[in-house]
Design a protein around this ligand. Structure first.
Ligand code: XMP
Length: 510
């Protein structure tokens, strides 16, 4: 992959957002922890320093080695970055007198390329800091202020170094993306050539080169990431890609067969393995959520290992890992670096885990995966599917799992999801599903008293699953869905709708 822009991470929650904005400009960028700067920077055209939860004045201040960067290539320092450049290069940073959090308006001190194009006078920006730059660094020239922040932006004379106290990457900085474009395109002259089509061409060539005539095995889940990864690998190595799609008996109604047919229709070399009974056996009698997850994970590894063993001479394991997982595993503040391997001691690894790994999507954000999928001609319905948890319906059946309970929940879930689609609500919901509760409630049907299961419906809005709000589905729709479920699904006599947000609740019930 071409190396264009380097973003140094100092642990800010906004660093990924900077990368996403840069990518939206069709510019390729990579995030590296502040202390893991690549040795060879010759292919990078610009560097951005991000924000940080730390103060440059504290003992914990993070010190990047900028000797290969400062004055040698265009540099944009954001928030902590701006304070860092000031504090350690002849300026001064001190605690702010006023709270500098929220919207502010810039006033420009002198004409500057960073703000020249597409940025209006009084441009609104977003501030989020508790330290202020009291004195600019050596050769620093103020280029913008706000009402409360005198040194809101500065440049360094004699260098292509710019520093801004505000966050251009958040939406509240209404022209922040334009400022990033001015820096990257006008000042640093970075090419805007990172498009889905260019990515496909480049990654397919890269995979061809890396894999050659060797074989790759890959587990398909029915989700967007593994599907797009498989189509890319298939484009690179054709039928030397062996896909395995496991039915764990916990998928949505009819999903195994319909998705398998879809995969075959896409020309993938795929084997469907119905291992439902093996999963039900592994789950028998378990009602603790984590125990269920562990049993399903282990059963999957066993089934996949058995299948992979039937293939000979496989050298690679394909995975649908995406960029947020990669960043998380190397984050500046030591985010969880847990990979699948760290859960197992190396001696005890199943054979397929000893294979070399290929991850064609490891540089892409989720929305980019969808765009690449669209470029590859993958069915938009498949690309637009709601996220579905790996343990499937097992964590939506509270308590122990039996095939009978799975069958009931599949029926309920199908009515709910099909209803959302029919009423054009599916695409405006981030994730939806039904939950089978471990309680019976009293009802009446005709002259009979019933004592049957309760199901909950859940539909949430979210961007990444980290936080979520319940969706205000129309009452009419809820009424219709509830009637249909109670009339059609034997064993269910009550439907409730979950109106909890995350936090403090979670999306799943287990
Ligand atoms: P929670 O319930 O934590 O869910 O708010 C956040 C997102 O993660 C999904 N989820 C899982 N996905 N294995 C998965 O692959 C799991 O064990 C698991 N638990 C939750 C959930 O569906 C939601 O999208």
């Amino acid at each position: 992959m071409q190396h264009n822009v380097l973003i140094l991470d100092f642990g800010s929650q906004y660093t990924q957002l900077i990368a996403r904005r840069v990518r939206e400009l069709n510019i390729f960028c990579e995030i590296f922890p502040f202390d893991k700067i690549p040795e060879d920077l010759s292919s990078y055209k610009a560097v951005i320093l991000g924000g940080s939860p730390f103060s440059v004045r504290s003992e914990e201040a993070l010190h990047p080695d900028l000797s290969q960067i400062r004055g040698k290539m265009p540099l944009l320092a954001v928030c902590y970055g701006a304070q860092y450049l000031a504090h350690f290069s002849g300026g001064e940073v001190a605690a702010s007198n006023t709270r500098e959090y929220g919207r502010a308006n810039l006033s420009f001190i002198q004409e500057n390329e960073l703000f020249l194009e597409g940025v209006s006078p009084n441009s609104q920006v977003w501030m989020s800091h508790s330290d202020s730059i009291k004195q600019l660094p050596t050769n620093g020239v103020r280029i913008a202020s706000t009402k409360d922040v005198e040194n809101a932006a500065y440049k360094i004379e004699g260098e292509t170094t710019y520093a801004i106290q505000f966050h251009p990457e958040v939406y509240h900085s209404t022209e922040g993306k334009q400022m990033l474009e001015n820096f990257l395109v006008k000042i640093a002259e970075v090419p805007q050539n990172f498009t889905p089509k260019a990515f496909v061409e480049e990654i397919v060539a890269e995979m061809k080169e890396k894999i050659g005539t060797d074989k790759v095995v890959l587990g398909l889940s029915g989700g967007v990431d593994s599907t797009v990864a498989a189509v890319l690998l298939n484009k690179a190595i054709g039928n030397n890609l062996y896909c395995i799609f496991v039915n764990n008996g916990l998928l949505r109604k009819n999903e195994f067969q319909s998705v398998l047919d879809q995969y075959k229709g896409m020309g993938l070399n795929v084997k469907g393995v119905d291992a439902s009974q093996r999963f039900y056996d592994a789950l028998a009698g378990l009602d603790d959520p984590e125990a269920k997850r562990k049993a399903i994970g282990n059963a999957f590894i066993e089934v996949f290992d058995d299948e992979a063993h039937q293939l000979t001479d496989v050298k690679f394991l394909g995975q649908g890992t995406i960029y947020p997982d990669v960043i998380e595993s190397v984050s500046a503040t030591g985010g969880p670096s847990a990979t699948i391997k760290s859960h197992h001691n190396v001696g005890g690894l199943p054979d397929f885990m000893k294979l070399k790994i290929v991850e064609p999507l490891r540089m892409l954000f989720k929305d980019e995966v969808r765009r690449v999928g669209a470029t590859l001609g993958i069915d938009p319905e498949l690309l637009g599917r709601h996220p579905f948890p790996g343990p499937g319906l097992a964590i939506r059946i509270l308590g122990d799992i039996t095939p009978e309970k799975v069958a009931i929940l599949q029926e309920v879930d199908a009515i709910f999801i099909n209803g959302l689609k029919e009423h054009n609500l599916y695409n405006s919901v981030w994730q939806a599903g039904a939950i089978l509760l471990p309680v019976n409630s009293v009802g009446v049907m005709g002259d009979e008293r019933t004592y049957e299961k309760v199901v909950a419906l859940r539909a949430v809005e979210s961007t990444d699953g980290m936080t979520a709000d319940w969706v205000h589905l129309p009452y009419e729709f809820l009424m219709k869905t509830s009637n249909e479920i109670i009339n059609k699904v034997k064993g269910v006599n009550r439907v409730v709708y979950d109106i909890s947000s995350k936090p403090p609740a979670t999306i799943e019930w287990e």
